[in-house]
Write a protein of this length. Structure first.
Length: 57
C-alpha cells in the first residue's frame, strides 16, 4: 500500500471522480471561487469544487 497521495486528488477531496457514493460539492475554503487571497485555493486546486462522500457504500 502506497503512502503517496493520489496526484489527481486535491486535499479537500474525499474520493476520486466517478466513485460510487461520491459527488461534486462547493469547496468550503474558497466558497467555490477557486481563489483564496488572490491565489489558487490549496484545498480544491483552484477548481472551486471538491469530491465528497454523499452516501451509499
Amino acid at each position: 500500500m502506497s503512502m503517496q497521495p493520489d496526484p489527481d486528488l486535491n486535499p479537500g477531496d474525499e474520493a476520486q471522480p466517478g466513485t460510487p457514493g461520491a459527488g461534486e460539492d462547493v469547496c468550503e475554503d474558497c466558497a467555490g471561487t477557486g481563489k483564496v487571497d488572490g491565489k489558487p485555493c490549496p484545498n480544491c486546486g483552484g477548481s472551486g469544487k471538491v469530491m465528497r462522500g454523499i452516501g451509499g457504500g
